[in-house]
Ligand binder design. Structure first.
Ligand SMILES: [Cu+2]
Length: 70
């Protein structure tokens, strides 16, 4: 799973927006947004770039932090 830190989410609507933004990217799946942990976890194909992921989140008004993978 990959994990992207997100700042600025304050409610369920924010989580839903982040979910929808990532869900639009081809090759991203198993998306789980956590308001408490300020992050989103997901699986992504190798074709999906870090830039693409971060751009999708910043485009809807949130700040992104580190992208990690376990
Ligand atoms: Cu909100």
């Amino acid at each position: 799973m990959k994990k992207l830190e997100i700042n600025g989410m304050s409610c369920g609507n924010c989580c839903a927006s982040v979910f929808a933004a990532l869900d639009k990217i081809e090759g991203v799946r198993n998306i789980g947004v956590s308001l408490e942990e300020k992050c989103v976890t997901f699986k992504a194909d190798d074709s999906v770039t870090e830039e693409q992921l971060k751009a999708a989140v910043t485009a809807i008004g949130f700040e992104v932090g580190a992208l990690t993978e376990d």
